[in-house]
Design a protein around this ligand. Structure first.
Ligand code: PRX
Length: 655
């Protein structure tokens, strides 16, 4: 493990002296009241209070049962996630409240109310049942950001099938791995999607994936988004419209145990095989509703909330689908990118729907900074009252720009730290009570136990940094890795006894505020996407010309990190610029377009220790252009000089 940020960078960050106390008017109306942390001192009682706000078909009597590292929460209770997201509100007279303001990339717009969403979910759930999908099955979903995506997720939840959403940017191989790992019985997709005016061949990608072998798969269901003809295989493929045709708009929900699987979401670890993170029903819904209500200060009858993430990642699961719907919020659902047709698309949307709460990522904010304020200034942004950030550390400059130019200096910024594994936000300001510091995620959410440990596992006193760990179970925590309990224990619970290892480096200042420094394992964070170095390496060595490859993350002003690959070739091949481009495309072809090595350096040999291990620390130093540390264990020191000069050439080329 390594410390990602350099000491100088950390020091500069901790000298950040700007402070933003809660504006009094905001504090006066805030959901979070002073005393909330004390209220949560008995974490189990606090979480139980939030769980009771959900609707249970069989109320629970148990709270936490902790059989380390396996937790159950509210395990004798029964509830259904789709009932909590929809039926409950419709029964309470909110059928006509807008659930989603839909904005398609080409500019098609419509609203979906809670009543309409419930009808659509019931019809699709009935259709799935008719195809034979049943409680306990797994269903893969590979879709663009269209309303059918949350409908498909909620329909699965209604009939007790766990969904496994695969981000629409992934390539066919990623679909194969995920479908096969959890033996999905159905795959729900769309004909094509829109991205910057171009058509994304989603159904064709599914066909390519199915052709590689998916023994468990029985059905492919295809929603029509673009309308061009696609190949349909009789018996296996079904149009969405046919699946829902003649289905009634009511559907008896499955009674789910609180600990029944709600979904799997695959995320990158330190090996090439992604991990299927398990989330169950009762605890997950408790975590996302509590955090969504308090962190975003949600006033569901008045706010227009917009989480500008993709549902294919955990942010979308928790804060576009389950959190907002269970809280009865009205959200914007946007299909496209921020720069299509022009770079003011997001601000046009804020203005059109009078968005009050916006949640996005630092990489996007840094991109907006580069584009300049003219795009923002074209639009009325005064509806905004709260801003959120997620996915990677936010640098103080980006924080200040967001606060000043998007928030008009009046909106609190909540920098929220969490992970696919944690299910819900873990470290965050509470708007209205927290004094904000640009670049800091500030404090643990009420009920969450956090510590910073040194190498030896000792708690680091305030003012120091180290490994961030979570010290006690919380309801939305992952319940394990699908089919691999041993990996769950090894990855998260073996480095320090009785502590959950998050994999991030973090500093805690003398006020107890947290400053995140990035990953301390071989996971990169590129534009807020978690990508393992091992996955990229294995895609590179899959190419017939490549002998060996090593990949590291290199800091990047816009994307946080960029992929830097070092490649040695087989003797028949030449390291030409054309081959470098071919290798970049090869990686994208295997992993998805969003994975594209920015730097690719050819080398005769990779630097290895005498025992043959690739020296990643050294490669990281070379990629960052840093003074090299100790190379005494290196087998052949001439390798380093060569690599260094080539990496410099490569970096200059990019600039
Ligand atoms: O390194 C941390 C970073 O993103 C990782 C989790 O990635 P993922 O599971 O894909 O979930 C992303 C969205 C929750 C973390 O281990 N990360 C996420 N949010 C922050 C962050 N790093 C610093 N500050 C954040 N606010």
């Amino acid at each position: 493990m390594t410390t990602p940020a350099q000491p100088e960078a950390i020091e500069a960050l901790l000298k950040e002296g700007r402070r933003f106390p809660p504006p009094p008017a905001f504090a006066a109306q805030a959901n979070a009241k002073p005393g909330i942390y004390e209220e949560a001192a008995d974490a189990e009682a606090w979480w139980t209070g939030w769980a009771r706000k959900l609707e249970w078909s069989k109320p629970f009597t148990q709270g936490l049962v902790w059989n380390e590292p396996f937790a159950t929460w509210f395990a004798d209770g029964e509830l259904n996630a789709s009932v909590n997201a929809l039926d409950r509100h419709v029964r309470n007279g909110l059928a006509s409240r807008v659930a989603y303001y839909y904005e398609g990339e080409p500019g098609d717009r419509w609203t979906v109310t809670y009543g309409e969403l419930l009808d659509a979910v019931c019809r699709f759930a009935n259709g799935l049942r008719k195809l034979g999908v049943k409680k306990g099955d797994r269903v893969a979903i590979y879709m663009p950001m269209i309303v059918e995506l949350p409908i498909a997720m909620l329909a699965c939840a209604r009939i007790g099938a766990a969904h496994s959403v695969i981000f629409g940017g992934f390539a066919p191989d990623a679909i194969v791995d995920r479908v096969n790992d959890s033996e999905c019985v159905a795959l729900i997709t769309a004909d094509q999607g829109w991205r910057r005016g171009k058509k994304v061949p989603l159904k064709a990608n599914c066909d390519e994936a199915v052709a590689k072998g998916m023994p468990s798969l029985k059905h492919v269901i295809v929603a029509k988004r673009v309308g061009d003809p696609v190949d349909m295989v009789a018996g296996r493929d079904h149009w969405w419209d046919d699946v829902v045709k003649d289905q009634p708009s009511t559907c008896e929900p499955e009674r789910m145990n609180a600990e029944d699987l709600l979904f799997l979401l695959y995320t990158s670890g330190t090996t090439a095989k992604p991990k299927g993170i398990k989330h169950t029903t009762g605890g997950y819904l408790t975590g996302v509703t509590a955090t969504h209500k308090l962190v975003f200060d949600l006033k569901e009858e008045a706010d227009v909330y917009w989480c500008a993430a993709d549902i294919g990642w955990v942010t979308g699961h928790s804060y576009i689908v389950y959190g907002p719907l269970c809280n009865g919020a009205s959200s914007v659902l946007y299909e496209g990118t921020p720069d299509f047709p022009d770079k003011d698309r997001l601000w046009e949307i804020v203005d059109r729907y009078k968005v009050t709460i916006l949640y996005t990522a630092p990489t996007a904010i840094r991109t907006f900074m580069k584009w300049g304020t003219a795009y923002v200034d074209k639009h009325d942004m005064t509806s905004l009252r709260l801003l959120g950030s997620v996915g990677e550390p936010i640098n103080p400059e980006a924080w200040m720009w967001y606060h000043t130019h998007i928030g008009g200096g009046r909106c609190p910024v909540v920098d929220t730290w969490w992970q696919t594994e944690t299910g819900a936000i873990m470290i965050t300001p509470l708007p209205g009570i927290t004094t904000l510091k640009p670049g800091s995620a500030t404090k643990p959410f009420p009920g969450i136990g956090v510590d910073i440990l040194d190498e030896a596992g000792n708690s680091v006193p305030l003012g120091g940094g180290g490994y961030i760990v979570l010290t006690k179970p919380w309801p939305a925590m992952m319940r394990g890795i699908y089919g691999d309990d041993a990996r769950y224990k090894e990855t998260y619970w073996s480095r320090f006894p009785h502590k959950y290892l998050a994999g991030d480096g973090c500093n805690r200042d003398i006020d107890g505020d947290y400053w995140f420094m990035g990953r301390i394992d071989d996971v990169m964070n590129i534009s807020g996407h978690r990508i393992s170095t091992a996955e990229v390496e294995s895609a590179l060595v899959d190419h017939p010309d490549v002998a060996e490859a090593a990949v590291v993350g290199k800091s990047d002003d816009v994307t946080g990190q960029a992929i830097a690959a070092f490649v040695s070739l087989k003797s028949h091949a030449n390291g030409t610029p054309e081959l470098a481009d071919e290798l970049r495309d090869h990686v994208s072809h295997i992993l998805g377009k969003f994975v594209h090595p920015k730097y690719l350096t050819f080398t005769q040999e990779l630097p290895k220790t005498r025992s043959g291990k690739i020296m990643r620390r050294l490669l990281r130093d070379i990629a960052e252009g840093r003074m090299l540390g100790d190379t005494t264990t290196l087998a052949d020191s001439s390798v380093v000089a060569e690599l260094q000069s080539r990496a410099v050439e490569e970096a200059n080329k990019e600039e």
